[in-house]
Design a protein around this ligand. Structure first.
Ligand SMILES: [Fe+2]
Ligand SMILES: [Fe+2]
Length: 170
């Protein structure tokens, strides 16, 4: 069995990861409405990754004999009007999630729960990559998204993103 606080925080994080998937689907839908199907594809793939994060946490808890409680997923409440709104909200959201992961790590550290620390190492690294990706999107949009041709090219690039399963296997 895991430390109770650590297990509770991991259980809460499952919900946050599903919320992230939900949020990114709302971004994808915003771009579908704008006709930017490449941007939409990028966020659909991102949503799949977030679901994977939740599934990994669920599996980890179950592998450690903890039962999982699924709670209601909050409604995505980001108001979007400009093309770049999801991009900035996405970076902000990833920074928030990084903070949550760090909090769980901190609890595991305090409980001398080395197994969970080792499990979370992957997520700490993953959050670094997520922030970089989110920041890169903002930069690309600033550089190329301001004229129609550039936006078309950027949309095509983002349309090429394909889903790959997470490198962490439990
Ligand atoms: Fe995630
Ligand atoms: Fe994420």
């Amino acid at each position: 069995m895991l430390n109770e606080k650590v297990a509770q925080l991991l259980n809460d994080q499952i919900n946050k990861e599903f919320y992230s998937a939900y949020l990114y689907l709302s971004f994808a839908n915003f771009y579908v409405d704008l006709g930017l199907n490449g941007f939409a594809n990028w966020y659909q793939v991102q949503a799949q990754e977030e679901r994977d994060h939740a599934m990994l946490m669920m599996k980890y808890l179950q592998n450690n004999s903890c039962s999982v409680t699924l709670e209601a997923i909050e409604k995505p409440d980001i108001v979007m009007s400009e093309k770049s709104d999801p991009l900035t909200a996405g970076l902000e959201h990833e920074m928030y999630v990084t903070g949550l992961i760090h909090k769980i790590y901190e609890a595991a550290y305090e409980a001398r729960d080395f197994r969970t620390m080792q499990f979370l190492d992957w997520f700490v690294k993953e959050q670094g990559e997520e922030e970089t990706n989110a920041g890169d999107l903002i930069k690309k949009m600033e550089l190329f998204g301001t004229d129609a041709k550039g936006l078309y090219m950027l949309d095509s690039e983002l349309g090429a993103r394909v889903y790959t399963a997470p490198s962490l296997v439990l």
